[in-house]
Write a protein that binds this ligand. Structure first.
Ligand code: SB8
Ligand code: NI
Length: 186
């Protein structure tokens, strides 16, 4: 299982590289990687296990964050209500945003990243809605529409596959200034 010591931190060049496409069928190594990335998210979202293993809770984890420069990310956006099924849960491989809304959205609290130890305050404007194409670990292609929080998380993860970090999007002079028509997502 991945632990915090396995998470690559800002400053490591792997976080600034464009990740390579993944080939199918997945190698055993890639299959294990996908499993371990999702396992990290599951364990990190269980308050007791999170504490036990000294993790930081995460809703997404991209392969470059564990030092593997491949286009693969695990996403686990928990259900809004308790006991519901997750809002979005999958390992997204070779993801492409095929269309995006003109409408921007940003999380009210800003964003954080497992690879960035310091707090970087400010709005991270992203597309509020996206159409995402990706392959799952079985090689099945999915084309899905996402909005609000799950859309934001997937954009954060896809950024990792392109060498982009969340604070790159923050307005340096006015961190809490977002484009005029940005909806706030809490
Ligand atoms: C947003 C956030 C974390 C993400 C991806 C998108 C947040 O910081 C956040 C803010 C308010 C409410 C909920 C979440 O991923 C964090 C893990 N990570 O670094 C993945 O790449
Ligand atoms: Ni991140």
């Amino acid at each position: 299982m991945f632990l915090m010591k396995d998470i690559v931190r800002d400053g490591d060049p792997v976080l600034r590289k464009r990740a390579a496409k993944v080939n199918f069928p997945l190698s055993d190594e890639d299959q294990t990687l996908a499993k371990k990335m999702m396992e990290y998210l599951e364990v990190s979202q269980d308050p007791e296990l999170c504490k036990k293993y000294g993790l930081r809770a995460g809703v997404g984890l991209a392969a470059p964050q564990v030092g593997v420069s491949k286009q693969m990310a695990a996403v686990l956006v928990p259900a809004a209500e308790e006991d519901g099924k997750p809002e979005f849960k999958d390992v997204i491989i070779n993801p492409v945003i095929v269309s995006e809304s003109v409408q921007y959205g940003a999380l009210t609290e800003g964003e954080g990243c497992l690879s960035v130890d310091k707090d970087v305050p400010g709005y991270v404007p992203r597309h509020d809605r996206i159409t995402l194409r990706y392959q799952d670990t079985d090689g099945e292609t999915h084309k899905i529409r996402l909005k609000n929080y799950p859309a934001i998380v997937c954009q954060h993860e896809i950024d990792h596959l392109h060498g982009v970090l969340f604070y790159d999007h923050i307005n340096k002079k006015q961190p809490f200034e977002a484009p005029a028509d940005t909806i706030m997502i809490s």
